[in-house]
Design a protein around this ligand. Structure first.
Ligand SMILES: Cc1cc2nc3c(=O)[nH]c(=O)nc-3n(C[C@H](O)[C@H](O)[C@H](O)COP(=O)(O)OP(=O)(O)OC[C@H]3O[C@@H](n4cnc5c(N)ncnc54)[C@H](O)[C@@H]3O)c2cc1C
Length: 395
């Protein structure tokens, strides 16, 4: 899709790129980025699926978009996605991917119809005193100084915000406002996080501001995103001949680096490796957000694993070869300040649902939207937030 002025160019099909039939593609990682990249190569780049290889360290595709029934543990997901209308690439992709749920519908149709019938919104965004309404009442409580600071961040250049923390830009008034409470819990920000990242979010999600108090601008999939998004896409890719290589950890990629051109010459992976030529495309979509995550359970806390991490190790090795490959340690060397914890409740004590119903103001077992996004315990020292998705969350 090429979305320029209006939709004139968006729906025209691209011509087959010159030399497409000679290309082979290698994706490192099988998260959404790789799956989407492979699908766009097939649909728009007109490369045949059986020339596309996806190398994944784990035994499953999907990366951060997970959802699984683990023996002895039950149903586990590390997180869920808030989604919205302006996921331009995602919706363009999923209009071409058949639904696994509804015959003759695409995943986009399925998602759109679900949201039409059962639009998302939250009836209680924040609580205090273990479940009472925190009475944030949809108000941002931003005084003049705080408003000025937001405008200043919005209008600053990216360069001006580089290497600055949010609490260097915003004062006390802003940091004690409802706006900041809504923002930081919705987008997972802390006061010491990057001001530049916050600026980017302000630009990217400006249309979300009106929905911040009740999430009426968000949308959620029917089930967890592994089942609702990853499985239909993987099926489509496999039907097109794409080859998935699981249990394959990529350790390094060699390059010939010349001014204006970097050509990958060899991928090294544990077990073996493959030599590459000028017609081989290499896409390293190695994520990082859930790398080194660990699962705990009722009796065992999750470990903070700061040991070797294939995604970070690979990125560091490649970054050492050319500055254009980025600076992994800007992100990867602040573990105590960036770590986070999530829990999935798989079975509830029968006494609990009525409390959920009191807070959500909806029947948790109706099959429809329940909390409509996170509910934040405003008086929790780490702003614990919880959510109940449409049930069942696992197909
Ligand atoms: C808890 C949570 C909440 C989120 N909330 C939202 C949200 O509300 N809205 C939203 O839009 N986004 C959200 N995101 C972000 C979104 O999920 C990610 O941006 C997206 O899924 C990343 O996809 P990816 O393919 O780039 O990376 P990943 O999904 O991380 O996939 C990378 C893959 O590469 C593999 N890999 C890494 N290194 C190697 C190697 N060396 N060799 C072989 N394989 C390797 C990994 O095993 C993994 O499968 C959230 C993420 C999390 C974790």
């Amino acid at each position: 899709m090429y979305y320029s002025n209006g939709n004139y160019e968006a729906f025209a099909r691209p011509r087959k790129p010159k030399g497409a039939e000679n290309k082979t593609a290698w994706f490192v990682g099988s998260g959404l980025a790789a799956l989407a990249g492979a699908a766009f190569l097939i649909r728009d780049g007109q490369i045949s699926g059986n020339k596309i290889n996806i190398l994944e360290q784990h035994q499953l595709p999907g990366g951060a978009l997970d959802g699984i029934k683990e023996p002895n543990k039950g149903f586990v997901i590390r997180g869920g996605r808030e989604m919205e209308e302006h996921f331009e690439c995602l919706w363009d992709l999923y209009r071409s991917i058949p639904s696994l749920e509804i015959e003759d519908a695409s995943v986009l149709d399925e998602f759109y119809w679900l949201d039409k019938d059962d639009p998302n919104s939250s009836l209680q965004r924040a609580t205090v005193n273990r479940g009472e309404d925190a009475q944030t009442d949809g108000l941002f409580t931003l005084g003049e100084q705080a408003q000025k600071e937001i405008v200043k961040l919005f209008l600053a250049t990216g360069q001006e915000m580089e290497n600055k923390r949010i609490n260097e830009i915003f004062g006390k008034e802003f940091l004690s406002s409802n706006f900041w409470l809504y923002w930081r819990t919705m987008f997972a920000f802390e006061e010491w996080h990057s001001a530049l990242e916050m600026k980017r979010y302000l630009h990217r999600f400006i249309h979300q501001i009106r929905g911040m108090p009740d999430f009426s601008t968000l949308k959620f999939t029917k089930y967890n995103q592994y089942e609702s998004l990853v499985l239909p896409l993987v099926k489509w890719l496999m039907d097109h001949g794409v080859m998935f290589h699981y249990g394959t950890e990529v350790t390094d990629v060699d390059f010939n680096i010349a001014p204006g051109r970097k050509q990958a010459t060899r991928i090294h992976w544990i077990r073996d490796g493959v030599d590459l030529g000028p017609d081989d495309l290499v896409f390293m979509t190695i994520g990082s957000l859930t790398e080194n995550s660990d699962n705990g359970d009722h009796h065992t806390p999750a470990n903070l694993n700061i040991g070797p991490a294939p995604a970070w190790d690979l990125w560091r090795r490649i970054a050492a070869k050319d500055p254009a490959f980025g600076h992994p340690d800007v992100f990867g060397s602040h573990i105590p300040e960036t770590k986070w914890e999530s829990a999935t409740v798989t079975t509830l004590d029968a006494r609990i649902p009525r409390y959920i119903q009191k807070i959500a103001k909806r029947d948790p077992f109706s099959g429809k939207v329940v909390t409509g996004g996170i509910v934040t315990a405003k008086d929790s020292s780490w702003l614990l937030s919880w959510t109940v998705n449409r049930q069942p969350h696992f197909k």
